[in-house]
Design a binder for this molecule. Structure first.
Ligand SMILES: [Zn+2]
Length: 192
């Protein structure tokens, strides 16, 4: 069977190829730019050991937290120190969360995705924990934080090739908490 290529397509063939290539370059460079935006400090944070590990295929949800401390007053290194403190409330081997988003929108990766971090009762084994620095019972998350959270969810959905459901910590049964705070409207992050 001979497929007849329309004359207009023939005429503009080079332009179409150039356009498609440009589009691919733009998409790839935007993706790379975002991957560079995630600062992996997993090996820099204070720790007392390592979490139990899981396979990436067992991951099935994203759980959003707030730090419940005034925005920017403490940083991700402080959170890590509190969590691993043998006299502290968590006494975990490492920081609880997988990612931390600072008020200026900076995203830190703080645990390997294969690590079972202790951030949410009944959902640690399959959840990815993301904390936003701030107390959203009393403050508003910054626009930069909200944008970074959306980008991070998009990045994780792409990575896992599926739409991971997004929950606020308090939505998981067994967790008596206000986290991630009344001012963080979780609905706006569910349809990403
Ligand atoms: Zn929480």
């Amino acid at each position: 069977m001979i497929i007849k290529v329309p004359d207009t397509v023939k005429r503009y063939k080079n332009w179409i190829i150039t356009g498609a290539l440009l589009l691919v370059i733009i998409i790839v460079s935007r993706k790379l730019k975002f991957i560079r935006m995630i600062k992996d400090i997993t090996n820099d944070l204070p720790s007392r050991g390592e979490y139990q590990q899981r396979s990436l295929s067992s991951i099935d949800r994203i759980i959003v937290h707030h730090s419940a401390s005034p925005a920017g007053k403490f940083n991700v290194y402080d959170f890590a120190r509190w969590h691993i403190d043998p006299k502290g409330y968590l006494k975990s081997p490492r920081i609880a969360y997988h990612f931390c988003i600072e008020p200026d929108g900076t995203i830190y990766q703080t645990n390997k995705l294969t690590s079972i971090g202790w951030h949410t009762i009944n959902a640690n084994a399959t959840g990815i924990g993301i904390v936003l620095n701030g107390n959203f019972e009393t403050e508003q998350p910054s626009e930069a934080q909200k944008k970074s959270l959306k980008n991070l969810i998009k990045y994780l959905n792409d990575k896992f090739k599926k739409k991971l459901p997004v929950y606020g910590h308090k939505e998981i049964p067994g967790n008596a908490t206000a986290c991630p705070g009344r001012n963080l409207k979780i609905e706006q992050f569910r349809s990403i």
